[in-house]
Design a protein around this ligand. Sequence first.
Ligand code: 5GP
Ligand code: ZN
Length: 113
Amino acid sequence: MECLFCKFISGEIKPEKVFENETVLGFKDIYPQAKEHYLFISKTHTENINNLTSSHGEQLTEVYSAIKDFTESNDLSTDGFRIVTNMGKNGGQTVFHTHFHVLGGEAMGRFGS
Ligand code: 5GP
Ligand code: ZN
């Protein structure tokens, strides 16, 4: 198995988990870009968001629902947070298992390079 995040799911490598249920894993990003920076992934591997089809609707809902539960129970939702998904080379994607950055704990700047 080549995929780093699939190794997190299988337990072969252990990230700092912050959320887990049957279908979704959330963990701290190793190089935080905000005071609070988490990654949320579906336990079903897809490479990036453009590999998602209408059949993945439930998978997406599960991830967003997990982010909602996590941010509401960890005091991130009152002041808000940002979700980022990088896609491909120009998007800056470095891990090819679809993931959602959750950034918060401080005000985010406007989008930049
Ligand atoms: P991308 O650049 O693909 O949008 O996001 C990949 C993210 O994974 C990066 O923010 C990077 O810091 C994070 N990352 C890379 N390797 C590891 C690791 O071994 N553990 C954790 N927790 N995060 C990682
Ligand atoms: Zn994977």
